[in-house]
Design a protein around this ligand. Structure first.
Ligand code: DGJ
Length: 723
């Protein structure tokens, strides 16, 4: 038997060498980017180029000839090989050997929606371990999505301790990284640093509310710091709703490798024979300036990744900050009337509607018991969906189905369904624990919650799916001796539930929420139409938070609500900030004057009318709040016939020099009428240019004087093509 295996391995390595002899070149291209891979003389696969697209096919060949035989940038470098830097994959084989050397076997390409998928198979020449590298190139959007698949046929499970989605290399004079970190209520604060020799790691080990401290995306300035409209920029994001890790390693020669991956922290993964380990998708674009890169990702997401990416979004009234847990049927019916009065599409009932033995009257009890609380809602959810119908608004519902309070009937009945140590005191985050989604029985239970709610109340039109706790007390009663699989299998269990839901209820829009923006990634957004950016709705903070998220996501994926945070900002200012994203309200009309209510109604109807521009148009970040005391952004409709400019004077200095705002993305030869909209009743526009017509060229080169030295002052300006 041993002899047979050895012969087989020899044959295999001969086969591999003959393929290598052909110097196989694999070109993964969009309209503007080339990623070129090549099999070297040793039969292994190397990255030879990643950058602006090469115009001539002959140059691809020239590149291959120049680089032939060179080693160093192995596409999926394995542990224990001759490369002394961070590997993509590390396997401990059945015999204890920790090395993995991967050789090229084959590759193929085929068309997929919007692009071309290339699959490359690599194989270890000493162990039956395969890695398939997948790349989908989206030519029009200049986006490449890549992931890997590891599998084996060793007798017993192998242990994986590195499992990168991909590896990318750069050879530039300098590298500048922008990360998006923060905390609850201060998500995606942008900070930048130059990378020097060694590693910079951005990672999280929070498990479920994984992006609470740092989000799964970054900007990388290649050769110079990231700027909005010039210089080479890589924008990358990992589609993984769990622990992620980006490793940026500058080596001894000043080259940079970028390794996006699931975080291997406490996750030595036991992989069974013939079961593929599929890594998350890493999605990236290369652009001239971050603005273009963001537009690439936004358009790609709307076209291919985001649930209902091309459909309009519903404006809403949420009751959370208005009532917290203190409501009853009558109060809610009153709020539905307010929703109608505002002109929004939906009323969203938040936390606190469930639990009887342990009523959900605060955040200490009831999670897990998804029956209507009889004291608050004696006629159940059906009475609420009916009342919503009578008010001509849709009805949405908050759930947090992955969680349980120890004070719940669910925990009493099924403690074995909960992630917690068998032999230590439990510690809590928001008084709750996380259900063990690695357990198929628990997956069925979680799916069953939503399935039952929808079967009993088919008029539920929307869910807000919350997740307020990181994984605490990390131990799975189900996985027993395979605890290293828990962080990963939890996320896969979640996806299984979401996939099932998508298959059976494809039309239900959902908001992804995690105590604010603690979950914000493109794998989850295959199942969610939008996400809640932050519990911080102070419009000043929101300007920064929305600015940050806009680097990766389109406006229609980002929920923004008008609330009472920062009452020193006018209702107009608060509403104008929320109108840049998916507009909602979380405020009682009793808190507003008649003029303010009239203003909100106007803003809602303008937002609904302008959805094709704001939600689906191209976004241009014009003036950064990080660099000035102002902010400006404009959206341009697909046909360039309409645009909307949002401008904010945040805290300008006394007699500060004000520059005109130059718009972007317009048709230079078209003539646009400038009209300030979203004006408070009884006020008129103070703009000298209001009502005037200018060419797109003028608006982009000369610009409009729209800033003022007034604190917390905002303007929304509509531009419409004149025939
Ligand atoms: C956290 C969310 O971010 C809030 O919007 C709200 O839904 C609360 N959870 C409810 O507990």
């Amino acid at each position: 038997m041993k002899h047979f295996i050895l012969t087989l391995l020899c044959l295999l390595s001969v086969a591999l060498k003959s393929v290598a002899g052909e110097q196989k070149i694999i070109r993964i291209s969009t309209n503007q980017i080339d990623l070129i891979l090549q099999v070297a003389d040793n039969g292994r696969l190397y990255q030879t180029y990643l950058g602006d697209k090469l115009l001539h096919e002959t140059d691809v060949k020239a590149l291959a000839d120049n680089k032939a035989g060179q080693q160093g940038w192995e596409v999926y470098s394995g542990s224990g090989n001759e490369d002394y830097f961070e590997p993509a994959i590390a396997v401990t084989h059945n015999d204890g050997n920790p090395s993995t050397w991967l050789y090229y076997v084959s590759s193929s390409s085929h068309a997929v929606e919007g692009g071309v998928q290339t699959d490359i198979t690599l194989r270890d020449n000493r162990y039956p371990v395969d890695v398939v590298l997948h790349y989908v190139a989206y030519p029009a959007e200049n986006v490449i999505k890549t992931w890997s698949e590891i599998s084996h046929r060793e007798k017993k499970p192998i242990s994986l301790s590195r499992y990168a989605s991909t590896m990318l290399y750069f050879c530039r004079s300098a590298y500048y990284l922008t990360e998006f970190s923060g905390d609850w209520a201060k998500e995606v604060q942008m900070s930048s640093q130059q990378l020097h020799y060694g590693k910079k790691i951005i990672d999280t080990k929070l498990g479920s509310r994984s992006a609470m401290h740092v989000s799964p995306f970054f900007l990388l300035g290649l050769g110079e710091p990231v700027s909005e409209s010039e210089g080479d920029v890589l924008i990358g994001t990992l589609g993984w709703t769990g622990n992620f890790r980006f490793t940026f390693e500058v080596d001894n020669l000043g080259n940079l490798r970028v390794i996006p991956a699931i975080n291997p922290y406490a996750s030595s993964y036991e992989l069974e024979k013939d079961v593929p380990f599929i890594t998350p998708e890493f999605i990236f674009t290369l652009s001239k300036g971050a603005g273009e890169g963001s537009r690439n990702l936004q358009e790609w997401a709307r076209n291919y990744q985001l649930k209902e990416g091309k459909s309009p979004r519903m404006s809403l009234l949420n009751n959370w900050e208005n009532t917290y847990f203190d409501f009853n049927q009558e109060k809610l019916v009153g709020l539905m009337k307010e929703a109608k009065d505002l002109g929004v599409d939906m009323f969203l009932l938040d936390d606190g509607w469930f639990g009887n033995k342990y009523p959900r009257n605060n955040d200490q009890a009831g999670l897990g018991d998804w029956d209507e609380n009889q004291a608050k809602l004696p006629d159940g959810l059906s009475a609420l969906t009916k009342a919503a119908g009578e008010s001509c608004v849709k009805f949405g519902l908050w759930i947090e189905p992955e969680m349980v309070n120890p004070k719940s009937e669910l925990f009493e009945k099924h403690p074995e369904w909960v992630i917690h140590y068998p032999n230590r005191d439990a510690y809590y985050f928001r008084n709750q624990l996380v259900l063990d989604l690695s357990n198929p029985e628990v997956q069925d239970y979680v799916y069953g919650i939503i399935d039952r709610l929808l079967k009993e109340n088919p008029d539920i039109a929307y869910f807000k799916w919350d997740c307020n706790s990181p994984i605490t007390n990390i131990y799975s009663p189900y996985l027993k001796t395979k605890q290293g699989n828990l962080y990963i299998d939890f996320v896969r269990g979640l996806y299984r539930v979401l996939k099932r839901l998508q298959e059976n209820y494809p039309d239900i829009p959902m908001m992804l929420c995690s105590g604010g923006g603690g979950r914000c990634d493109y794998e989850a957004l295959k199942y969610f139409t939008e996400f809640w950016c932050s519990d911080n709705t102070d419009p000043v903070e929101r300007i920064f938070i929305q600015w940050g998220f806009s680097h990766i996501f389109p406006a229609k994926a980002m929920c923004a609500h008008v609330t009472n945070w920062n009452r020193s900002a006018s209702v107009k200012f608060r509403t104008d900030v929320a109108s840049m994203c998916k507009l909602g309200f979380d405020i009682g009309l009793k808190d507003l004057t008649d003029d303010e209510i009239a203003y909100c109604r106007l803003a809602v109807s303008n937002w609904e009318r302008l959805q094709p521009v704001i939600m689906d148009g191209e976004q241009y970040r014009l003036v950064s709040p990080y660099e000035t005391n102002h902010m400006a952004v404009n959206y341009v409709g697909k046909d360039k016939r309409a645009a909307v400019l949002f401008v904010y004077d945040i805290y300008p200095r006394y007699q500060e020099k004000l520059l005109p705002v130059k718009l972007q993305g317009l048709d230079p030869d078209k003539r646009y009428k400038v009209e300030e909209i979203n004006l408070m009743p009884g006020t008129s526009s103070g703009l000298r240019t209001n009502g005037k017509v200018f060419s797109g060229d003028y608006l982009m080169k000369v610009g409009l004087d729209v800033f003022e030295c007034r604190q917390l002052h905002s303007r929304v300006i509509e531009l419409t093509v004149q025939e």
